[in-house]
Structure formats: C-alpha cells, structure tokens
Design a protein around this ligand. Structure first.
Ligand code: PGA
Length: 264
C-alpha cells in the first residue's frame, strides 16, 4: 500500500521568527508518527533554517520551484543542485500559480522536472484544470497534456530517473486553490484514477507506486473524506500549512489512513 504523504506549501509566507515557532509546533505535534510521510516546502531563503530545524526529524523539507537551467546567465534563478545542497527531498514543479504568473508551458515545467530528478530531488509535479476548462468539459484533456509532458516529453533516461527518485503527482484543480471550494472526494478520486491510468499506459509498476496527492483547500474538516479515496495518496496544503494545529491535524488523519479505508 502507498503510504500517505502530506506536504505544506508555504508559498510567499514566513519570517525567521514565525518559522521557528511553526516548525517547533509541528515537531511537537507530529513527534514519533511514522505511518505517513510529512514535508514542508518553504521559500528558498528559509531552506537553511528548515534544514537546521528539521534534520533528524520525521518531517522532510523542500523548495517550491527550480530553474530549468543548471547554471549560467539567469539572474535571480535557483538551480536544482543548489537546493539539493540544503538537504531538500522535495521540490514543487509546475504549481498553477507559477504556470499562471510566468506563463509557464507544459514543456517548460517538464524541463524543470528533468533538472529536479537529475539532482536527485523528488519532484511534486502539479497538474490541474481551471474552472473554465472544467466547465467546457476539458478537465481530463488538460490534465492529460500536463501528464504527457513528463511521460512522453522527456527522454527515457530522465523518466527512469524519475521513477528512482519517487516522483509525486499533485492534482490541484485551480478552481479549488486557496478559496475554500474543495473538490468533492468523488471528483478528486475520478481524476486521480484517470492520472494513474495514464501513467499505467507507460509503466504499470510505476503507476501502482506513484503517489498522487490532492491540493486545493484541504482542511482538517474535509481531509478524512478526501484521504479515504483509494487513489488519493495525500495532500498538498497551502493555507492550512501555516498553522501548526491545522497542518498537524491533516497529517494525523493521513497517518491513520487504514482506519479511513475501513469507514469509507
Ligand atoms: P490551498 O493551497 O490549500 O490554500 O488551497 C494549495 C496549493 O496551492 O498548493
């Protein structure tokens, strides 16, 4: 069975002082829990702090994006080998806010994905449709193209490496992010199963192992129902990741997944 994974996406939030308190709160609440995996993805400037506070704990850390280049004249960019130096396990790739803000194409996201796996990082590759796309009946088509960019758009060596570094897919319907309008468990399950089937067309074994997590207004109140879905392997959490109590509650629900399946 795939162990659930809960990842906090801090986005553009934090300060050295607040982070210290938030991380201390998480360490205290999640201490000793090992039946789910936990991580926080912080702004680059706090990677050093996250590494210092979280090393030797049951909470991993990571970044929120990575350059498609490994070096050179790319002012303000941060490369995958650079963030790997801070002990990161994860990096978010292709978040819808990045795709929207910098007009990021599937091809560009796939190039970032390739840089991440080359550096030994586990990419959390985000996919998801907008409200307009869903209303037009295009949701599956949009997600399919985003998935194809990594299953067919990368060369074989990169894809092999992606399997070794435990790629994670995050289904984040854009219409559900940051606004309290969560996808229903059935909507999430349907898309997660669709994504797993797409990956199975390329590699059945990989499809059965890859964790597909859900993001978009997951809260302590709705987490159990979402996490009880057979293809929902965890959550990518924005707003609730900024509160130690809320985030830990979601993590604890994920850690009791066996019981969720029994009541589902
Ligand atoms: P949210 O953000 O939980 O605030 O909806 C999720 C995300 O953007 O990853």
């Amino acid at each position: 069975m795939r162990q659930k994974l809960v990842v906090g996406n801090w986005k553009l939030n934090g300060s050295l002082l607040n982070n210290k308190a938030l991380i201390a709160g998480l360490l205290e609440r999640l201490k000793g829990i090992n039946t789910a995996d936990f991580a926080i993805c912080v702004p680059y400037t706090y990677l050093f702090q996250a590494q210092n506070l979280l090393k030797d704990s049951n909470i991993e850390w990571g970044a929120q994006n990575v350059s498609q280049f490994d070096g050179g004249a790319h002012t303000s960019s941060i490369s995958a080998p650079m963030i790997a130096e801070f002990g990161c396990k994860y990096v978010i790739i292709g978040h819808s806010e990045r795709r929207a803000l910098s007009n990021e194409s599937n091809q560009k996201a796939a190039r970032r994905f390739a840089r991440a796996v080359d550096a030994g990082l586990t990419p959390i590759y985000c996919v998801g449709e907008t409200l307009e796309e869903r209303a037009a009946g295009l949701a599956e088509n949009v997600v399919k193209n985003q998935i194809l960019a990594i299953t067919h758009g990368l060369d074989e060596i990169v894809f092999e490496r992606a399997k070794q570094v435990e790629t994670v897919i995050a289904y984040e319907p854009v219409w559900a992010i940051g606004n309290g309008q969560t996808a229903s468990p059935q909507q999430a399950q349907q898309m997660h199963a669709f994504i797993r089937d797409l990956i199975a067309k390329v590699d059945v074994d990989f499809a059965s192992k890859v964790r597909i997590i859900y993001g978009g207004s997951m809260t302590p109140a709705n987490a159990s129902a979402l996490l009880a879905m057979p293809d929902v392997d965890g959550g990518l959490i924005g707003r609730c990741a900024l509160l130690a109590d809320d985030f830990s509650q979601i993590c604890k629900k994920a850690s009791m997944a066996d019981q969720l399946y029994l009541v589902a």
